[in-house]
Design a protein around this ligand. Structure first.
Ligand code: PMV
Length: 304
């Protein structure tokens, strides 16, 4: 009999520290309630393919890696469904890779082996990213929220922030290209880049305190400062600046890009009673979402 398994994994928002996290500085990250679901079905062929056709996909690479590690000999067909918009900084490729690896883990081991799934999804990410820090795959596996450092992994934290406003500028871009852009900045401005890395270390600590409070005023001010740093290293864009301007004018306490930048998404914080108004104003120009934070990590689902 050909068996099937289904798993899902959440998307994410980086609240602070994207790009600097590639250089081993701390980043604050939370899973969001938008999820990707992947069904892995044993198939008559060899190797892993998408049900929709094609193989050049991080989910395929992640499933292949995991199948090989656990000695799963049958071919697999992957069916992907995702609520997470792609290429806008919300971790969609990591979520599908994690869900694909988890579904394969269920077929091979009858359970989701979390660390192996993270490793397999990291292999998938290498197809689409340039030098990934691993933050996206770690949060998609473990869920919740926390501080991520490349050399130490994810340390879980309970953030006292229920929702955040996400503004999708609608401009897709490649994270790898943005990471390269920062590398060029670092090579051309070594002294300034070192100062920014030191500042990121301090800012992440202050942001963690503000999130534990929560102190929304402080959080907003720190977000705006983090945005200045990201602008300096060249990963902002006219769309991002426009979205931030609109959010601040409508009453947000702070806003910044999230993820790779160069387009993609912006996040904004506001007092709870103002959030809806900020969303209403901004959504005349951009698509907005306000997903719940601290979502559950990868999990098995009942195949339909
Ligand atoms: O654009 P996303 O969702 O893949 O986020 C990338 C985060 C970066 O810090 C820019 C890159 C990385 O590997 O950490």
């Amino acid at each position: 009999m050909l068996r099937r398994a289904l798993a899902s994994a959440p998307g994410k928002v980086i609240l602070f520290g994207e790009h600097f996290v590639v250089y081993d500085k701390p980043a604050l990250v939370s899973a969001i309630e938008l999820r990707a679901r992947v069904e892995a079905a044993e198939a008559a062929w060899e190797g892993v393919r998408l049900a929709s056709g094609g193989r050049d996909n991080p989910a395929v690479r992640a499933a292949e890696y995991l199948a090989e590690r656990v000695g799963l000999r049958r071919g697999l067909s992957l069916r992907i469904e995702s609520e997470i918009p792609a290429s806008v900084g919300l971790g969609s490729s990591a979520s599908v890779s994690v869900a694909a690896a988890a579904a394969t883990s269920i077929l091979g081991l009858r359970r989701i082996e979390l660390e192996l799934v993270r490793e397999a999804a990291g292999e998938g990410e290498r197809l689409v990213h340039y030098n990934p820090s691993g933050i996206d795959t770690a949060i998609a596996v473990y869920g919740g929220g926390g501080v991520y450092r490349r050399s130490e992994g994810l340390s879980s934290e309970r953030f006292h922030l229920d929702r955040i406003l996400i503004i999708d500028t609608g401009k897709a871009r490649r994270t790898g290209e943005m990471v390269r852009r920062v590398r060029v900045y670092a090579e051309e401005n070594p002294g300034e880049f070192r100062r920014l890395l030191e500042e990121m270390e301090r800012l992440a600590g202050e942001a963690l305190d503000a999130l534990r409070g929560p102190d929304l005023q402080k959080l907003g001010a720190l977000m705006s400062r983090n945005q200045e740093m990201l602008r300096k290293v060249g990963v902002s864009s006219p769309e991002i600046e426009e979205a931030i301007g609109l959010a601040l004018k409508a009453g947000a306490l702070g806003a910044k890009l999230t993820g790779g930048g160069g387009g993609g998404c912006v996040i904004a914080v506001a007092e709870e009673d103002k959030l809806e108004n900020v969303a209403r104003v901004v959504s005349r120009r951009f698509r907005t979402l306000a997903p719940r934070l601290m979502a559950e990590g990868v999990r098995e689902e009942e195949p339909g």
